[in-house]
Design a protein around this ligand. Structure first.
Ligand SMILES: Cc1ncc(COP(=O)(O)O)c(C=O)c1O
Length: 385
C-alpha cells in the first residue's frame, strides 16, 4: 500500500463538506461529474428492469444486449469495427484502468502517463511495481502532448502508453495529426495503448474526437476505456466498459471474475436505453457545458494574474495562476478557507500542474458566477498585498 496514490477530489470534497457543515458558504467547483440527473428514460428503463426481477448476477463480461449496443455504438462513433465479444462491462471506467494495468504491466515496466493527468494511471502503475513516466502536457501547446518529446521518453522497458483525450484535468483534445503520429510511434515501439475516451462526446467548437483504435494496426494494441458516467450523467451507476483486442479477452474475463463477478444487472439494462434511446439530453447537456465554459474562461481571464485557455473538450478549465504569486496548491487552499470556493490544485494531477488549478464547470451558471466573483475579490486582495 506504500506505493498507491489517490485522487485528491475525494479528500478535498470531504474537507469542503465539513466546512459547509460548520455553516460556511461553499461553492463546489471540484467535482468531476455532471450536475444533471440521469435522463428520465434511462432511469425508467432501470426501474422496469428491477420490477421485472432483474436482480440476479449478469454474465461476467456484461449483459449480452448491452455488449451488442456498446459494440454498435463504438463501431458507429469511434470508427473501428468492434465485435460484442471484445466488450467488457466494468464497474466504472475506472475498472478498465485497473484491469489494463494489472493485466499488462509487470514490475519494472514503464508506463507513459500524461502529466498533468488523471492521477489513477500513475497510482495503479506504482501499485503493480512498475514505473510511471511523465509525459508533459503544457498550456503553451494547448494541452496537447508533444509527440517528439513523447518519442524521447520511450525506452526498451516501456510497456504501455496512456492517452486521455478529451483530457481531465486540462480539457485538451488531441488532433487527428497528433493521434496519427502517436499511433506510428506505438507501432514502431510495440507499445500497448490505454485510450481513455470517457469524455469523447463532450466536445465544443466542432472539435473532432479521433479514437486511436480506428487507425491502421492500432485496434490490436489498444484498450479503449469509455463509460456512462460523464456522457449520460450516470456517475453513481458505476458503469464503464472496455473494448479490447481478442488477445486480451481472456485476461479481462479472468480479472473481472476475480474482482467484481459482473457489473450490476439492472444498471446495465438501463444503460442499453442510454445508448439506444433518444440522445437529446446528451446534446442539451453538451450545449449547456459550452455556455458555461465560455462564462468561466472569460471570467477567469478577466482576473489579473490568471490565464486560461479555452478548452475544446470535457468540462474542466485549467488556468495558470502563476501571475497571482501563489502556487496552485496555495491558491486552492486559500480559496477554500478564505473565499469559500472549492477547486483542485493542479499539482494533484502531476508536477506539471503545479502552477494551475482545476475548475469543473459541471455546475450551474449561478454557482459559476458566484465563484468567479469570489475568486476575483480574493485574488485582487492578495495582488494588492
Ligand atoms: C479521465 C477519466 N477517466 C476515467 C474516469 C472514471 O470514471 P468512472 O469510473 O466514473 O466511469 C474519470 C472520472 O473522473 C476521468 O476523469
Amino acid at each position: 500500500m506504500g506505493t498507491i496514490g489517490t485522487e485528491s477530489a475525494f479528500a478535498v470534497t470531504m474537507r469542503a463538506r465539513a466546512l459547509a457543515a460548520e455553516g460556511r458558504s461553499i461553492v463546489y467547483l471540484q467535482i468531476g461529474e455532471p450536475d444533471f440527473d440521469t435522463p428520465a428514460h434511462v432511469r425508467a428503463a432501470a426501474k422496469r428492469a428491477l420490477d421485472a426481477g432483474e436482480t440476479h448476477y449478469a454474465p461476467f463480461a456484461g449483459v449480452p444486449a448491452l455488449r451488442e449496443a456498446i459494440a454498435a455504438d463504438v463501431t458507429a462513433r469511434k470508427g473501428f469495427a468492434a465485435d460484442p465479444s471484445q466488450v467488457f462491462v466494468t464497474v466504472g471506467g475506472k475498472g478498465v484502468m485497473l484491469y489494463a494495468i494489472l493485466g499488462l504491466v509487470d514490475p519494472g515496466d514503464e508506463v507513459l502517463v500524461p502529466d498533468p493527468g488523471y492521477p489513477i494511471y500513475e497510482s495503479l502503475t506504482r501499485f503493480v511495481g512498475a514505473t510511471p513516466v511523465s509525459v508533459p502536457i503544457r498550456m503553451a501547446n494547448d494541452f496537447r502532448l508533444d509527440v517528439d518529446e513523447l518519442a524521447s521518453l520511450v525506452t526498451p522497458r516501456t510497456r504501455l502508453l496512456v492517452l486521455n483525450s478529451p483530457a481531465n484535468p486540462t480539457g485538451g483534445v488531441l488532433t487527428r495529426g497528433d493521434v496519427e503520429e502517436i499511433a506510428e510511434l506505438a507501432i514502431r515501439h510495440d507499445l500497448w495503448v490505454l485510450a481513455d475516451e470517457i469524455y469523447g462526446r463532450i466536445l465544443y467548437d466542432g472539435a473532432e474526437h479521433v479514437s486511436i483504435a480506428s487507425l491502421p494496426g492500432m485496434a490490436e494494441r489498444t484498450i479503449v476505456l469509455d463509460g456512462f458516467s460523464k456522457t449520460f450523467a450516470m456517475t453513481g451507476w458505476r458503469l464503464g466498459y472496455a473494448v479490447v483486442p481478442p488477445s486480451l479477452r481472456e485476461t479481462f474475463g479472468e480479472l473481472i471474475i476475480n474482482t467484481i463477478s459482473c457489473a450490476p444487472t439492472f444498471a446495465q439494462l438501463g444503460a442499453i436505453e442510454a445508448l439506444t434511446g433518444p440522445q437529446t439530453d446528451v446534446e442539451a447537456m453538451v450545449r449547456e457545458f459550452r455556455v458555461r465554459r465560455d462564462l468561466v474562461v472569460d471570467g477567469l481571464n478577466a482576473i489579473p494574474g490568471i490565464e486560461c485557455r479555452r478548452p475544446v473538450g470535457a468540462f474542466y478549465a485549467f488556468p495558470s495562476v502563476a501571475g497571482t504569486g501563489l502556487s496552485g496548491i496555495e491558491l486552492a487552499h486559500r480559496l477554500l478557507d478564505e473565499a469559500g470556493v472549492c477547486v483542485l490544485a493542479g499539482s494533484g494531477f502531476g508536477p506539471h500542474g503545479d502552477d494551475h488549478i482545476r475548475i469543473s464547470y459541471a455546475t450551474s451558471r449561478e454557482n459559476l458566477v458566484e465563484a468567479l466573483a469570489r475568486i476575483r475579490a480574493f485574488v485582487a486582495g492578495i495582488v494588492r498585498g
